[in-house]
Design a protein around this ligand. Structure first.
Ligand SMILES: Nc1ncnc2c1ncn2[C@@H]1O[C@H](COP(=O)(O)OP(=O)(O)OP(=O)(O)O)[C@@H](O)[C@H]1O
Ligand SMILES: [Mg+2]
Length: 234
């Protein structure tokens, strides 16, 4: 296999997703094609309702397109059955959501450990990797706190730790900084960028915040379910 044949980290080809609201049809994604190479750090921008969340959900196999294909690392998600898709997500994709989605009764450590537990990683190895990843995101010493005992920025760090703990090839983040003040948001983005550099993990994250968009190495802009601009940083 030569370099040109190397599969993309993420590839959407001619993807459409229409929602039906009563008699009205909304083309949330309208024939979208996008290729993201391994190790890229990409911001997905665009006005409210332009299709960012839909694109991330479809890219991560949380939602299925009406047409088109989605591939991660060359593997086509769009023809997998439910069970295969769930196991593919577990092994290859990390998710970070706007609302953190942490389990309130679990500690930071236990939340970060979940994907490793589900993958059947053995206890000592889980402990070792979770400690390492919590250290990397700057939460050393806070391992035993529950989400309610952490600030918003710290909770989102736990969510990033959870997303990367199992070494996914791609992390999809839907407005990961939306609930954070702008200084904490920038710090979280810098942290994601460090993880991208350190682990070579591909990141695709949506945001409305210009200060966050400018930190990405590539910016994809959506409008009305289409990609209208795609530019690399100079
Ligand atoms: N479950 C759903 N049922 C019906 N319509 C939906 C659903 N989810 C999204 N839509 C519609 O699809 C379009 C795209 O929505 P989407 O959530 O992807 O936008 P977005 O760019 O993430 O917006 P925001 O910046 O506000 O999060 C919108 O018109 C929205 O109303
Ligand atoms: Mg959204």
């Amino acid at each position: 296999m030569n370099a040109n044949d190397k599969p993309q980290a993420l590839e959407l080809h001619d993807v459409s997703r229409t929602y039906h609201q009563g008699t009205i049809e909304v083309a949330a994604l309208n024939q979208v094609s996008l290729k993201i190479g391994s190790g890229e750090f990409v911001a997905l921008a665009g006005p409210s309702g332009s299709g960012k969340t839909t694109l991330l959900n479809v890219a991560g196999g949380l939602d299925r397109p009406d047409r088109g294909t989605v591939k991660i690392g060359g593997e086509e998600l769009t023809n997998m059955g439910r069970t295969d898709l769930a196991s593919f997500r577990l092994n290859h994709i990390g998710f970070v959501f706007q609302s953190y989605n942490l389990l309130a009764v679990l500690s930071a450590e236990e939340n970060a450990e979940i994907s490793l537990l589900l993958r059947g990683v053995e206890a000592d190895e889980r402990k070792r990797r979770v400690r390492q990843v919590l250290f990397e995101v700057g939460l050393e010493g806070l391992e035993h706190r529950r989400p309610g005992e952490l600030s918003g920025g710290q909770q989102q760090r736990v969510a990033v730790a959870r997303a990367i703990a199992a070494s996914p090839s791609v992390v999809l983040a839907d407005e990961p900084t939306a609930n954070l003040d702008s200084q904490t948001a920038v710090a979280l983005l810098d942290l994601m960028h460090r993880m991208n550099q350190l682990h070579g993990t591909t990141f695709l994250f949506s945001t409305h915040d210009p200060r966050i968009i400018e930190r990405a190495s590539r910016r994809v802009l959506m409008e009305d379910g289409k990609i209208v601009r795609d530019e690399a940083s100079s």
